[in-house]
Design a binder for this molecule. Sequence first.
Ligand SMILES: Cc1cc2nc3c(=O)[nH]c(=O)nc-3n(C[C@H](O)[C@H](O)[C@H](O)COP(=O)(O)OP(=O)(O)OC[C@H]3O[C@@H](n4cnc5c(N)ncnc54)[C@H](O)[C@@H]3O)c2cc1C
Length: 421
Amino acid sequence: MAKISVAIAGAGLSGLCLAHSLLRTGFDVQVYERDPAPHARRQGYRITVDGYGLAALQRCLPPHLFKLFLATTSPTDETGYFRVTNHQLGEIFRLTFKGDPSGNDLRTPRQADRQTLRAIMLEGLQDKVHFGKEAVRAETASDGATLHFADGSYIQASVIVCADGVNSALRKQLLPDCEPEDTNSWGIYGRTLLVQNGRSLVPDRLKTSGVFAMGPSSRGFFFTTMRFREAPQTAFSRFGVDRIPPITDDYVMWGIVLPKEQSPKHQGKWSNEMLLRFAQDITRDFHPVLQSFVDRADVDSTMAVKLKAAKEPSTWPVSRVTFMGDAVHVMPPTGSHGGNTALRDAALLAEKLEAAVIQGEALEKAIGSYQEEMSHYAFREVKSAKAMLKRFTIKNPIIGWVMMRAIPRIRSITNKPLTSE
Ligand SMILES: Cc1cc2nc3c(=O)[nH]c(=O)nc-3n(C[C@H](O)[C@H](O)[C@H](O)COP(=O)(O)OP(=O)(O)OC[C@H]3O[C@@H](n4cnc5c(N)ncnc54)[C@H](O)[C@@H]3O)c2cc1C
């Protein structure tokens, strides 16, 4: 295979996934990351990886890293649930997901710690990922493209892939009409050690549930548990990965969704302590179990995010520069599809570029076909995530009363409370 060079801006989920696949098939790949070091920012939340995400990781990662990834995901042996409740954990409805005791069925979604996954994906790319390189501009030409950095340097490659996340500088330059729109909602996220003083903070009946509790004033509280199938330190050494895993203990990931007008003013200047105190104040109306997650949270892992939704490009010219993941199709976290779609993009783009080289076809043809196919599934996910966010932040008082009072009361006649042992 002729050496084709690919420069990727952004060493996040999609950038690293693509890099692995292209390297394995003989491309010359370099990844440029703005952060000064691998774990410069705490991004220690868990993500639900679904069939698409699992298929992409299986396709792109070297087999031993994919096995290591599976070993560090949550167990799938028990039946899982997604429950929608009122703020006092009175159930409104639930979805049931069949368990898979073997853990081998890659259609079964599972929880993964994002930081652990990223550490696994950095393995083997030590000399390919360049930290402290903030991409600011890309230029395309007929036979390649140039990527410019904030430090004044630049590189040239056959193809440039912009995987620089939700605030993509390259999107602002190259797709200026598709800056994401504000959903008028904010998320405050945190992480809390699952077992404290020898006791699990999550009641037994909710151990395998993701819960979204609809609260007063259009606020919502989400939580789920990240339990490692195998202790990350044991799994890393079993697979010969000589790194200290970034996260070693099981935890609860929680998030509060709130309307923009209730969000903290001048939040950019807030310390994590201030943000966590704010989160404690606005969850006082919620069930004590939910309050305890915020009260006992890890201060450093608390973060606030403006929830945005991408706009589909009206025209997306095909050139030697293309986009993947949140940089082009960010979506609210409702539905858990942002990362899975980003991983799916990486696998699809890898497949198209690899096939073009093998068949001697123009790279533009591969990129055009990728952009068309990706737009189709990705913007469908953006639309459904936006619709789901709207459904969970009810503004109509009558619907609110039915959902948050009437249904949970009727269901409580026949069902045991979710917090009972
Ligand atoms: C709390 C939370 C929970 C979530 N849960 C889920 C879930 O359950 N399931 C799911 O599918 N998704 C989930 N997501 C969404 C998911 O994390 C993102 O969609 C996913 O990380 C996007 O991957 P990406 O590769 O596009 O971007 P990212 O993973 O964000 O990576 C972008 C990278 O680019 C770097 N960068 C930024 N600017 C530049 C620049 N100018 N030059 C160079 N590098 C740059 C960044 O530092 C970063 O490393 C969640 C998100 C949050 C915040």
